[in-house]
Ligand binder design. Sequence first.
Ligand SMILES: Nc1ncnc2c1ncn2[C@@H]1O[C@H](COP(=O)(O)OP(=O)(O)OP(=O)(O)O)[C@@H](O)[C@H]1O
Ligand SMILES: [Mg+2]
Length: 359
Amino acid sequence: MSGLTLRSVRKNYGDVPVIKGVDLDIAHGEFVVFVGPSGCGKSTLLRMIAGLEDITGGEVSIGDRVVNDVEPRDRGVAMVFQSYALYPHMSVYDNVGFGLKLAGTPKAVRDAKIRDAAKVLQMEHLLDRRPAQLSGGQRQRVAIGRAIVREPDVFLFDEPLSNLDAALRGDMRMELARLHNDLGATMIYVTHDQIEAMTLADKIVVLDAGMVQQVGSPLELYNNPANLFVAGFIGSPKMNILQAAVVAGADGPVLQTEMAGGGLAWCPAPEGLPVGGKVSVGLRPHALARDPAGPVTGEVRLVERLGNETLVRLALPSGQEITAALAGQEQIEPRQHIALGFGQADLLLFGEDGQRLTA
Ligand SMILES: Nc1ncnc2c1ncn2[C@@H]1O[C@H](COP(=O)(O)OP(=O)(O)OP(=O)(O)O)[C@@H](O)[C@H]1O
Ligand SMILES: [Mg+2]
């Protein structure tokens, strides 16, 4: 049984801090996804867990054991990289079993493990082939097979599907979900892909500049982002962010933004916000819909037809552009003027410090 705990984990490269104090609890069997912009430290954190990078400060524990000074091979983890790094001159069978052979595992035991892994990954018919005779998805399966035969308590995946085309990614994504169900092992998975993060994760960890911004289930992060960074990062297309001012209204302070010409007071301000204050208003593209009387008016700049929905880029009178994801196949053309509406409950408000304001 191996959960994982990170306590105040830090990493410096020379004088440059890259991981700036990460605390994280991962339960046994959990599927945890790390997301964040390029360079935020996802791979570094994964490599520290694997033991491939020294830990500058803090503690990494796997199960009940602090592993800061434990060799990678003794940590009970297996890592699958973006580049599969298969041996081209060896068969699939030998590629999958190579680590076991090096470790001196008896032939019969090795054979059983290789065949078990091949069965789980549905590649029994590929065991005699060489990597060059495989598709990208099949090669990726071999790389995962190599990790499975080691029977690790914790699997670490660093963007394992990013070299595959969209259709294959979709297939492999479902295979990974099935694998997680079958093996019941703890998995930590780095990806740039929103759909992978949302569908695979029990828990998503959003990182920015070496710090954890928020940890939660996919829907917690989508529905209740703690700050502007998470709001903008989770969800596709990206959440629209509009600037608003708190102004005096007849029944108390209201928010005013420039969705329609001249500015429009359209939302009571959360309690405690002084008149004159500034607020950022978040509105998801999917919260907008066609509404001739709606408050969001502007000129269409771009239309993207996806079949099941229509993405519209709209320039507001203020000049700011926002995105609407309209259901179905809307008849809208560039340069047309349209009006959109939304529900009050769809608005998310953030203070000047970027933190979420809850009314
Ligand atoms: N060996 C190294 N020496 C110095 N700096 C490094 C080294 N490896 C990584 N870095 C720096 O550490 C930061 C984090 O890198 P890391 O590879 O963890 O990012 P990442 O989140 O995985 O990015 P990506 O999404 O592009 O893979 C980056 O600023 C990177 O330039
Ligand atoms: Mg990386």
